[in-house]
Design a protein around this ligand. Structure first.
Ligand code: IPE
Ligand code: IPE
Ligand code: MG
Length: 249
């Protein structure tokens, strides 16, 4: 048993493998994305039940615009219809939905639906679901840097006062805190410009399961793996063992 608190507070997932899942079945990639939505529903329910309080899902990267036009437009339609279908249920389950990323590039119908889903679920506290769409980790850091620069220019902030707290408060989801468990399905071992700042000390978990097949057993395996890790944050294992035996104040 490691020293990580057994359940991660913040889980982030790169949901990869929809296209390959579909191609293996001689189906179009868009069919894989559709099946991927079922896996999203399963993951939200599972992690909420497990006591995870923030779940951040990578749905569309700033680089994904480079995909064939018909795949991009079928993804946009799928985002709208999935939000339409699922917002009420998420709301009833106490889940707050928030989008992170540059939404200005999205079609109007999607922007409106995002705003509606966010507004409807704003007061919910059981779990925050952050959906990263047209998101890039470098973009997030750059927009925070721009906000800091603007505040310095207008005199609200002194450059010397820029610390991690000031920087973090200008990132996309300042209230979701650092990522504890970072999962990528689909077999690739890379971060693909996801939450760069927020994942600085995340436990990384890569698995070969393609996203539409990421079921409860596979999710539980990720949690079990996490629970067995020792998060040292620069300290030694001995220091952590010693701290664990001291009585709490
Ligand atoms: C992830 O699955 C979903 C999105 C990027 C929208 P992919 O579509 O990347 O699936 P593969 O990697 O091609 O199998
Ligand atoms: C990353 O998946 C983005 C999402 C899952 C939305 P990709 O499949 O686009 O990643 P790369 O480009 O292959 O690393
Ligand atoms: Mg992929």
């Amino acid at each position: 048993m490691g020293s990580a608190s057994a359940i991660p507070a913040h889980v982030a997932i790169i949901m990869d493998g929809n296209g390959r899942w579909a191609r293996r079945r001689m189906m179009p990639r868009s069919y894989g994305h559709k099946k991927g939505v079922e896996a999203v529903r399963r993951a939200i329910a599972f992690f909420a039940r497990s006591g995870v309080s923030r779940l951040t899902l990578f749905a569309f990267s700033s680089e994904n615009w480079q995909r064939p036009r018909d795949e991009v437009s079928s993804l946009m339609s799928l985002f709208v219809s999935s939000l339409q279908k699922n917002t009420d249920e998420l709301d009833e389950k106490g889940i707050r939905i928030r989008f992170i990323g540059d939404r200005s590039a999205f079609p109007e119908a999607l922007r409106a639906q995002i705003e509606h889903s966010e507004a409807q679920t704003r007061g919910n506290e059981r779990m925050t679901l952050n959906i990263a769409a047209n998101y890039g980790g470098r973009w997030d850091i750059l927009q925070a840097a721009r906000a800091l620069a603007a505040d310095c220019r207008n005199g609200r902030l002194q450059p010397d006062a820029i610390d991690e707290t000031a920087f973090e408060s200008r990132l996309c989801m300042p209230d979701s805190g650092p990522v504890d468990l970072f999962i990528r399905t689909g077999g690739e071992r890379r971060i693909s410009n996801f939450l760069l700042w927020q994942s600085a000390y995340a436990e990384l978990y890569f698995c070969d399961v393609l996203w539409p097949d990421f079921d409860e057993a596979a999710m539980q395996q990720a949690l079990d793996d996490y629970a067995g890790r020792q998060r040292r944050f620069g300290k030694t294992g001995e220091q952590l063992a010693e701290a664990a035996t001291l009585p709490e104040d």
